[in-house]
Design a protein around this ligand. Structure first.
Ligand code: BES
Ligand code: ZN
Length: 644
């Protein structure tokens, strides 16, 4: 009886152990975050690179403008990380997959495409070939959906030339999966090659080095190589009838021929900015640095696609005043493209660092006053954003929790400006730029070609400055990284360029509309573009102004006819806030042409919050949404409360 009991106990204990081991394995390998199947390492991806990872991508795609699809195949090199796994897991959104196979043996491979989770797509699980190999070459024949979220197919009328269609991509944060089946997490980096076939008259560009173009009887093939391993969100494609002009020893600007002169003028300082960035950050590893100026519907100011930054034509101010966006995208060549956030919860590592470097470039090329003036102006914008989002909103933390929150919904100025404010604070703590800048080079060198999280940065920082600076003991990392709201410490910026502006703002605010406006043409002639932007930014944040006062201001500044979109944008906001009816049509005309969300979203919000324009804003959005890129239509629908 005893021995019987004993064996039952042994059986129970061992089966319990067995179950726990199984459970552990199960949790490690197949657990997912709830029902969604998203990864515990990256809440925005289904892929599980910690089990089997993609180490090389090769795509062959044909561009079909009539059907608005890319079709062909992707060949992925896959390496098992955990030798016991039998599958590789990829991301995809609405890809029409016809077959998956072992490229070497042509053996068909079983695969499973999970149900579509809105905005995240479907988990694609592929059975790896049975034989044991160091790596597997998986071929996937497929075509994209005409509504692919990472592509915009423009009709000829949305281009400058009006004759030919145009295609461009925007993959960050998670839209690569709508064009290429891949591990769409910034935690995975791989080199890529691509062969793209397009009609004869089109130029194909990618975020890679173009190494040859072959004419075919019915089109042409363009071939690209990107040897530096990079995350999927940096793969980029543009196909249009394009012209180019050399603007530096390693740079061309690409755009439609109608605007080539303007572009060559506006971006003439690119090489200076690149050299300055190299002095600060170390060698530029990407070979060429080209710019592509897109049609106006491009949703961002700039996108740091390696070898080929994409920019909005709204940078063409005619006076090179918006070159800081180029400095920003150049800075990403180190911050983001070389050292990459492991997932978008640590997005501040990409953007906060980039703004920090962008301003250092500006400081060197202009002055330390203008470097600080930019920071100070944007701080005001940050304050406005945080008030709008709510001071306790967890999305105003530097490190955010993206479980159940799509990165497109989390996007804001916070990681940019709170991030750069933190770095500026750290810089002061360690003794200034002469201490911080060598550290930055050390940091880039330590983590180049890797994807990291904030802990890695913190370790590197503490290890580097160990014993060097006493003040680092006082840094409240927890508060900076995890508390919502404005930065805990505001640096002591040089405000000399703001003084005169503040004086003018006071004069304007105190003027009771009797007698002449106390701001003159003489005053105006002393202001730089950025000072005018600062003044308008401050007026935007004040309560609404009287229309007659604004008219008087406009008589001096002629805001209605300025080209600079940063000025136009803020002027329009002030006019809407004042309920100035004459400005409604110009606002609608502008937001129906430009797609840059930085301008379009706040203007739509303003139109929505004024009862008089609310219905028209909704109607206008509905009429134009099919001309917008997915991310714009998606976020605007939320801003206008149309998503419920
Ligand atoms: N990488 C961003 C653009 C982006 C971020 C696209 C997240 C999609 C998701 C780019 O470098 C950027 O920050 N652009 C800014 C430039 C500005 C801060 C100088 C922009 O678009 O305005
Ligand atoms: Zn950026």
């Amino acid at each position: 009886m005893l021995s019987y009991l004993h064996s039952i106990i042994i059986f129970l204990v061992s089966s319990f152990k067995f179950i726990s081991v199984l459970k552990e394995k199960f949790i490690l390998k197949f657990s997912s975050m709830g029902k969604t199947g998203l990864s515990p390492l990256d809440p925005s991806s289904f892929s599980r690179p910690e089990l089997a990872k993609v180490t090389n991508i090769s795509i062959n795609l044909n561009v079909n403008f009539d059907r608005k699809v890319l079709s062909g195949n992707a060949q992925l090199t896959v390496e098992k990380v955990d030798q016991s796994v039998e599958e590789v897991i990829l991301d995809s959104i609405k890809l029409n997959i016809s077959s998956i196979y072992d490229v070497d043996t042509k053996e068909k491979l079983k695969f499973d495409l999970s149900e579509l989770v809105p905005e995240y797509g479907s988990k694609l699980t592929i059975q790896l070939p049975k034989e044991d190999k160091n790596n597997y070459k998986i071929g996937i024949d497929y075509e994209t959906d005409p509504e692919a979220t990472g592509l915009q197919w423009l009709s000829p009328k949305a281009t400058a030339g009006k004759k030919h269609p145009y295609l461009f991509s925007q993959f960050q944060p998670t839209h690569a999966r709508s064009v290429i089946p891949c591990q769409d997490t910034p935690g995975v980096k791989a080199p890529y090659t691509a062969t793209i076939s397009a009609p004869q008259e089109f130029t194909v560009l990618m975020s890679a080095i173009r190494d040859d173009t072959k004419e075919l009887h019915n089109g042409k093939l363009s071939h690209f190589v990107q040897k530096v391993p990079m995350p999927s969100y940096l793969i980029a494609l543009a196909v249009g009838v394009l012209d180019s002009r050399q603007i530096g020893p390693r740079s061309h600007v690409w755009c439609e021929k109608e605007i080539i002169e303007e572009c060559a003028f506006e971006f003439a300082n690119t090489e200076h900015q690149l050299k300055t960035a190299e002095e600060l950050c170390g060698p530029y590893v990407w070979g060429i640095y080209d710019l592509l100026v897109l049609p106006p519907s491009f949703p961002y100011g700039g996108m740091e696609n390696p070898c080929l930054t994409f920019v909005t034509p709204t940078l063409l101010a005619g006076d090179r005043s918006l070159a800081n966006v180029i400095a920003h995208e150049i800075a990403h060549s180190w911050t983001g493209n070389l050292v990459t956030n492991r997932n978008f919860e640590h997005f501040w590592l990409n953007e906060g660092f980039t703004v920090f470097i962008e301003r250092k470039i500006k400081g060197r090329l202009e002055s330390s006053q203008s470097q600080d003036f930019d920071a100070f102006t944007e701080l005001s914008q940050l304050n406005e954003t945080i008030n709008l989002m709510g001071k306790n909103n967890p999305l105003t933390q530097l490190i955010v929790d993206l479980k159940g929150v799509h990165p497109d919904d989390a996007f804001s100025i916070v990681p940019y400006e709170k991030g750069q404010t933190f770095l500026r604070y750290l810089e002061t703590a360690v003794g200034g730029p002469s201490e911080m800048e060598p550290f930055l080079r050390y940091y880039f060198d330590t983590y180049k070609f890797q994807s990291i999280d904030t802990d890695k940065f913190k370790d590197c920082f503490l290890q580097y400055f160990n014993n060097k600076a006493i003040a680092i003991k006082d840094i409240d990392w927890q508060k900076w990284l995890y508390s919502p709201g404005m930065p805990p410490v505001i640096p002591d910026y040089d405000k000399s360029l703001a003084l005169f502006c503040d004086e003018l703002i006071d004069k304007f605010s105190n003027w009771n509309n009797e007698g002449p406006l106390p701001i003159t043409l003489e005053d105006k002639s002393q202001l730089s573009t950025f000072q005018v932007i600062y003044i308008l930014q401050k007026l935007c944040e004040k309560p609404s102004q009287q229309i007659t006062k604004l008219q008087a201001l406009n008589n001096i500044f002629d805001f209605d006819n300025v080209k600079n979109p940063e000025i136009k944008f803020r002027w329009f906001r002030i006019c809407l806030k004042a309920h100035w009816e004459d400005k409604i049509d110009p606002v609608f005309n502008w937001i129906n042409v430009i797609g840059r969300m930085k301008f379009v979203r706040p203007l739509y919000r303003d139109l929505y919050s004024w009862e008089h324009t609310k219905a028209r804003a909704i109607e206008n959005f509905k009429a134009n949404r099919q001309n917008m890129m997915h991310v714009s239509a998606y976020t605007l629908a939320k801003d206008l409360h149309l998503d419920e």
